[in-house]
Design a protein around this ligand. Structure first.
Ligand code: ATP
Ligand code: MG
Length: 377
């Protein structure tokens, strides 16, 4: 494609001569402008690769002012064409960082050489700018991920500190006052140590899951699963661990029972969502898990009548360590929903949360079904 040049020159005879010279050299002339305003108009209409600009032109804008605007607004290289070369004009022209000067009267060769030099300089500048932008972007990305990493580390250290402090103080008390503590008190300290250890274990497990789901190395293992038995087992084990504090109800609405799904991922998703429903609902409430199937889809809904989530917090729920403003009194790290979202993404499913303060929360997860499990190796 020919290089497109705009000529800004008020003397039409000279403009025609330049046009012929450029055409002979293989360039396309996209227009001739006879003053600054017309030049700006033509640049915006024809998007030339280069402008040849006379410095002295009639009208509001002279060549130097027009060149400045073209450079700032359109980033098109400008070569000055001028019979005037007095110091003041040249100083003003210099500020606009022109890509070249051609003094009138000019030889054909002089003009084409100036145009070629200007175009290649402009191209080099563009490439350098692109490289600069790219490296700026990369270093910004690096900085952001460094900041995130250090925030992540300081948060995790903080989360470990509490249970570790509990273990240290109970162990110290047991060691120093073992003989002075009655059996009841001793048991309380042992329980405190045990629950702190499980909190640390849970946290470690969450971090490992998060890290592994972030790397591409997660191996999914879809296999035929009796979904009714699977969900009932999960509900029974959760009900056993919470005792009578809440009632867990499970219903499966379709006739499909055996589905090809990744059992571990599904366990992660449902156990985290059910644990949330329990944790954020008043004692005695019923939590419902409803599952069903549609063509190539498995749908599960976890529904509670708990504290709900403030609307302004709802967009942040999948961010690591995020906890809604009304949840801070209940224990938690804010990693559960991040893990759920990663698992849903890995399974190429979708998750939506519908929640109203004081009314309750319904989480709906839809997972695509694989027709057949991959052949075992
Ligand atoms: P953990 O890492 O132990 O799961 P968490 O429960 O605080 O801690 P997430 O499961 O990630 O963290 O949930 C993030 C936040 O979303 C919670 O802190 C809570 O504010 C809100 N939330 C999640 N589920 C519910 C729910 N069913 N009802 C009300 N708020 C909820
Ligand atoms: Mg949770």
């Amino acid at each position: 494609m020919a290089i497109r040049v705009l000529i800004a020159e008020d003397e039409i005879l000279i403009a025609r001569k330049i046009e012929q010279t450029l055409k002979r050299a293989g360039y396309e002339v996209v227009g001739i402008a006879t003053d600054g305003e017309a030049a700006l108009q033509k640049v915006s209409e024809t998007a030339p690769n280069l402008v040849l600009m006379d410095i002295v032109m009639p009208g509001e804008l002279d060549g130097v002012e027009t060149a400045q605007i073209i450079r700032d607004r359109f980033r098109v290289p400008v070569v000055y064409l001028t019979a005037y070369a007095d110091r003041e004009t040249l100083e003003r022209a210099k500020i606009t960082l022109p890509f070249g000067y051609v003094l009138k009267p000019f030889e054909e060769r002089e003009l084409t050489i100036a145009v070629e030099i200007a175009l290649s300089r402009h191209q080099i500048e563009c490439e350098l700018q692109a490289m600069l932008d790219k490296s700026k972007g990369l270093s910004q990305q690096n900085e952001t991920s460094q900041t995130l990493k250090s925030e992540y580390i300081s948060y995790i250290s903080h989360e470990f500190r509490n249970p570790l402090a509990a273990i240290a103080s109970s162990a110290e008390l047991l060691q120093a006052y073992h003989n002075h503590l009655n059996e009841d008190k001793r048991q309380k300290h042992f329980e405190r140590i045990n629950s702190a250890v499980s909190a640390i274990n849970q946290l470690l497990e969450d971090i490992v899951i998060l890290e592994s789901s972030e790397s591409s190395a997660v191996l999914l293992a879809p296999r035929p699963l009796n979904i009714v038995e699977f969900c009932q087992d999960l509900i029974d084990s959760l009900q056993f661990s919470i005792g009578q504090s809440h009632i867990l109800q499970f219903t499966h609405q379709s006739t499909c029972e055996t589905l090809v799904l990744d059992e571990k991922m599904l366990w992660q998703i449902l156990s985290n969502l059910l644990t949330n429903a329990i944790k954020y609902s008043p004692i005695g409430e019923t939590i419902k898990l409803e599952t069903s199937c549609e063509t190539h889809k498995f749908i599960c809904q976890i529904c509670d009548r708990g504290i709900g989530i403030p609307p302004e917090c709802q967009t942040h729920l999948f961010e690591p360590f995020y906890r809604a403003t009304n949840a801070k009194k209940r224990p938690g790290t804010g990693l559960g929903l991040t893990i759920v979202k990663r698992a849903v993404d890995l399974l190429k499913g979708e998750i939506s949360i519908n929640s109203t303060i004081g009314v309750g929360t319904t989480v709906c997860v839809t997972l695509p079904l694989i027709a057949d499990p991959p052949p075992s190796v």
